[in-house]
Design a protein around this ligand. Structure first.
Ligand SMILES: C[S@@+](CC[C@H](N)C(=O)[O-])C[C@H]1O[C@@H](n2cnc3c(N)ncnc32)[C@H](O)[C@@H]1O
Length: 276
């Protein structure tokens, strides 16, 4: 059943909103990160629709923002989590996103077009590319996700992503990427963030990761998908790999990107970018 069919009675926009609040609990500057990524896409985009791969995209947060920002977008949201994918499917099954060359939502500017494919695939093996509806993208963007994979897999993935980019296309990974010159300060920043986060939870301003999933499991249509999700990720996170900035830049260079460096930094997190 399509995501729209399965979640027809669910307030999907409210779930998108609560996902954003939950993620902002960990990353108060999350919108700034997405803005930096999309600035890079805008600077490198050609005249046609922006062909975007939202990698480990969850509910499709990056794609939603790209649809608001660019006049024409052809996006693929890829993830492994059945519950998040169902929310993404229901979100983008709206006619404004599902149909090629369809005008945007009724309150959007006329002439906007958006087409979004939502696909399930596991990035922990090279075969994930077979799930993609196309083999050439202007940009591959990923947020707060690749630290779930082991290091040797991330290096391989960087090469596989490069193969999907047109010449001049960009890959951006924003994640927990500390500056190796600041080990003590990084720990202090993380501790300070945790204090603020716990105060927000105590005040009821946002749900924690665990509470958000508990909430999702109370929604009848999503409960079986949440159960499946917990089978896929029995420990919550598959792995916690957070090497330094230098590691990422070296891995991008080794994967053959013509340029590799830092696009954005905020405390212990950063966006690394590679240009094909
Ligand atoms: C913290 S969420 C971030 C989602 C989205 N990028 C965002 O910023 O809202 C991390 C995502 O990585 C996905 N993920 C982790 N391991 C994966 C894998 N092996 N294959 C595909 N997706 C994976 C998870 O399912 C989850 O949706």
């Amino acid at each position: 059943m399509s995501g729209l069919g399965r979640l027809a009675a669910v307030d999907v926009a409210a779930l998108q909103e609560s996902w954003d609040r939950q993620q902002e609990g960990y990353m108060p500057d999350r919108e700034e990160r997405f803005g930096a990524m999309l600035d890079a896409v805008a600077a490198t985009a050609g005249p046609g629709p922006v062909r975007l791969l939202d990698l480990a995209g969850g509910t499709g947060s990056i794609t939603l923002r790209a649809l608001r920002r660019f006049p024409a977008v052809e996006a693929t949201v890829l993830d492994l989590d059945p519950a998040l994918l169902a929310i993404a499917e229901a979100t983008f099954a709206e006619p404004s996103h599902a149909e090629p060359s369809h005008a945007g939502p009724s309150d959007a500017e006329p002439g906007r077009t958006g087409r979004v494919a939502v696909v399930a695939a596991d990035l922990s093996a090279a075969g994930w590319v077979d799930a993609l509806p196309r083999r050439e993208y202007d940009a591959v963007l990923t947020a707060t996700a690749l630290h779930w994979l082991p290091g040797e897999r991330v290096s391989g993935l960087y090469g596989e992503i490069r193969q999907l980019l047109r010449p001049g296309g960009i890959f951006v990974n924003v994640d927990h990427i500390p500056d190796d010159g600041l080990p003590t300060l990084t720990k202090q920043l993380l501790a300070a963030e945790e204090t603020v986060r716990n105060a927000r939870y105590a005040a009821g301003a946002a749900l924690s990761w665990a509470r958000w999933w508990e909430h999702l499991a109370t929604i009848e249509e999503l409960a079986p998908l949440v159960a499946r999700r917990h089978e896929i990720y029995p420990t919550g996170h598959a792995a916690e790999f957070t090497p330094s900035l230098a590691w990422h830049v070296d891995a991008l260079r080794a994967a053959g990107y013509s340029e590799a460096g830092v696009l954005w930094r905020g405390g212990p997190d950063a966006a690394v970018a590679g240009v094909r």
